[in-house]
Design a protein around this ligand. Structure first.
Ligand code: C2E
Ligand code: CA
Ligand code: CA
Ligand code: CA
Length: 280
């Protein structure tokens, strides 16, 4: 915001300038981190509620800052990357790492074990991302049926025709698609009719005070019914306690993930989970 200076001229406040500085600095830092390969993935297991089987895992990106040694969460850099074109590079790097890891897990995981990767709207609609997707599947030998991309509702607002075309191509390749954070903002039932998706992920915000809110319970029931009627699987995220899990099981929600079952874990621990649960 601009402010009237003492002299009557309109001046930019120092805080705005430092925000711009910080933005430029952060973009440069992300670029450097991409070059230095400082991004890595952690994985959060997903469980099928009817059987208790671990049926997949979601890849979540982390940044190990080489200078400070600190691990930074995506909320501290994804929005910055999304405001520039850096997200295109970052999403490609993440996809490559995820495909490589998923391929390595093939011999120790059941055939239905699916790895999910988040993709921002910008990347989804970029030709280069789809090309990279095909190349990565080829290079790693990962069957497309073992990969799912998670997209958020926001992309449909930006350019729904372009999004529709990307989604069609991804499904043609044989990769699954989940609609992430469902119900968190832009939901329009029209999109659900138009887009050929596989899964709805119920936003964490509906799980929060589920036990004490009959309204939230009804909304979650409604989302599950909606998913069922559209032939989509439905996964709840952010399950933090047994009461939430029991409710979801009772309502025949297909799958769930959350701190109650497991936090996102590093690759090696995920490998141990898979070995321990082999065939289950
Ligand atoms: P998301 O896709 O909705 O991912 C779920 C987030 O919820 C993760 O945060 C996860 O650690 C957290 N979470 C999981 N279980 C629980 C729980 O029981 N309680 C609570 N309070 N939180 C839980 P994270 O890893 O910090 O990721 C935040 C967001 O950053 C993601 O939200 C996603 O939108 C974005 N993101 C993460 N990795 C990538 C990526 O590789 N590419 C892109 N484009 N976005 C990513
Ligand atoms: Ca996600
Ligand atoms: Ca989500
Ligand atoms: Ca989210």
């Amino acid at each position: 915001a601009k402010a009237e200076g003492r002299s009557g001229f309109v001046t930019f406040s120092p805080s705005i300038l430092s925000q711009i500085d910080m933005q430029l600095g952060e973009e440069a830092a992300i670029k450097r981190a991409l070059n230095c390969d400082e991004f890595f993935l952690v994985w959060q297991p997903q469980f099928e509620l009817a059987t208790g089987r671990m049926t997949g895992a979601e890849a979540l990106v982390r940044w190990r800052d080489a200078v400070s040694g600190a691990v930074r969460p995506p909320a501290s850099f994804i929005p910055i990357a999304e405001r520039s074109d850096l997200i295109l590079e970052l999403d490609k790097v993440v996809l490559g790492k995820a495909c490589m890891q998923a391929a390595k897990w093939m011999p120790i995981s059941a055939e239905e074990f699916i790895c999910s990767v988040n993709v921002s709207g910008k990347s989804l609609q970029a030709y280069a991302y789809l090309t990279h997707l095909t190349e990565m599947l080829q290079q790693t030998g990962l069957p497309p049926s073992r990969l799912q991309l998670e997209i958020t509702e926001g992309i449909f607002i930006q350019d729904s025709r372009n999004a529709l075309e990307s989604i069609r191509k991804i499904r043609e390749i044989g990769v699954s698609l989940a609609l992430d954070d469902f119900g968190s903002g832009y939901a329009s039932f029209g999109y659900l009719a138009d887009f050929n998706l596989n899964q709805l992920k119920i936003d964490r915000s509906f799980l929060g005070d589920l036990a004490s809110s009959t309204r939230k319970q009804n909304v979650v029931r409604g989302i599950i019914a909606l998913a069922n009627s559209l032939g989509l699987t439905v996964v709840a995220e952010g399950v933090e306690n047994e009461a939430q899990l029991d409710f979801l099981i009772h309502e025949h929600c297909h799958g769930a993930q959350g701190f109650f079952m497991s936090e996102p874990v590093e690759e090696r621990l995920m490998t141990n989970y898979l070995i321990a649960r082999q065939g289950r």
